[in-house]
Design a protein around this ligand. Structure first.
Ligand SMILES: [Mg+2]
Length: 368
């Protein structure tokens, strides 16, 4: 089962409401889809969105890395020898984790099809259903409370609230407004996207603890490269702290784990360069007794389907942040995971579980 060709297809899908964090505002989900065709005519699919402020990857760099750097090395490689294939991808170019992730998930799609197993079962098969949170973009407190109330009414019971913009008291006011509106039932997790300095974070989190706002966890309070600052926050608060932008690779994870700089880790395929490295991050974290979440960038259902297969397969992955496809005005992906409110059901078909014929229509007038 050798790789015959690798193609890229640009896609763009508008969001129904702008997605706003401390790092950026997104109104359209752009992505490069990759189609890997094997010599027996099967197709594996992957996705890479440009996330300039996190991975540094752009539409241009992703397309170039896949077409001009990674693809030429993989043509003719046998996907049954996956360690060889993933070594070729890893060694082909430094960084460029989004391009690597798109190819990695397409290869896993093919391996799953060849094995006759849904990918989540090939990887471990721990569960076949997961539940996603829903993100409240950072805006003024009243708008955020309105959004939160609407998402709870729609059936979500975990809110991921974006903070880290403006004065620290603004952030505390936002969380207070949301908690007052939704009551004590729903879980609230925060994501500061590097928006606080370490001492500010300790101050803000302490205020929230004193006010009884019942925050489940706080993602990436400080700058990605400030591991000492992250550890300072973790050591001076009761609320669990999760590393996101600080952990791309297994090596990054090991540093955070050995220094106990965070209580939890958020794995994203676009940071790790795909499922192969993500499994190593999770195995390290599990060894250190640290649970993982799997999240995503603003991606369509293709990338999220791959991430969900990983997340469903592993017992140490206990939190799921897969709401991005629900923010899009249109679903251009044929097959894959199925959303039923906050519940995500894993497909029973081999590989990612995409509809091969339906996927062929992408880039040929449909979905763009
Ligand atoms: Mg995050």
């Amino acid at each position: 089962m050798r790789i015959r060709s690798i193609e890229t297809i640009p896609v763009a899908v508008p969001l129904t409401k702008p997605f706003k964090t401390a790092l950026r505002t997104v109104t359209t989900a752009y992505a490069v889809y990759v189609k890997v065709t094997s010599d027996d005519g099967r197709t594996g699919w992957g996705e890479a969105p440009p996330t300039h402020v996190i991975t540094g990857d752009s539409l241009g760099s992703i397309t170039y890395a896949i077409e001009e750097v990674i693809a030429p090395q993989l043509i003719g490689a046998d996907v049954r020898n996956r360690e060889e294939v993933f070594r070729l991808i890893k060694r082909s170019i430094v960084r460029n984790t989004s391009a690597k992730a798109a190819v990695d998930m397409a290869i896993y799609d093919l391996i799953g099809q060849f094995a006759g197993l849904p990918l989540y079962q090939l990887l471990g098969g721990f569960r076949n259903e997961i539940e996603t949170d829903f993100t409240v973009s950072v805006n003024d407190a009243a708008e955020m409370a309105d959004d939160a109330e609407r998402y709870i009414a729609e059936g979500f019971n975990v809110l991921k609230v974006k903070v880290g913009i403006g004065d620290i008291s603004d952030d505390i006011g936002r969380i207070r407004a949301i908690r007052e509106r939704v009551g004590t039932g729903p879980k609230i997790r925060l994501d500061a996207n590097q928006g606080w300095r370490p001492k500010e974070a300790v101050f803000a989190i302490g205020k929230m603890e004193d006010a009884g706002l019942d925050i489940e966890l706080i993602e990436q309070p400080v700058a990605a490269d400030d591991i000492d600052g992250l550890a300072y926050v973790t050591n001076h608060t009761l609320t669990p702290i999760m590393a996101d932008e600080s952990v791309f690779s297994a090596k990054d994870a090991l540093r955070v784990l050995e220094t106990r700089a965070a209580d939890l880790i958020n794995i994203k395929l676009m940071k790790s360069g795909g499922i192969h490295e993500a499994l190593k991050i999770n195995a390290l974290a599990e060894t250190y007794g640290v649970e993982c979440m799997v999240g995503s960038m603003i991606e369509t259902k293709l990338g999220i389907t791959a991430a969900a297969h990983l997340a469903a397969s592993q017992p140490n992955i206990t939190r799921f942040d897969f709401d991005a496809p629900l923010m899009l005005a249109e679903d251009i992906v044929a097959g894959g995971i199925v959303y039923d409110g906050r519940t995500i059901r894993m497909p029973g078909e081999p590989g990612l579980g995409l509809d091969a014929a339906g996927m062929e229509l992408i880039g040929k007038g449909a979905g763009e």
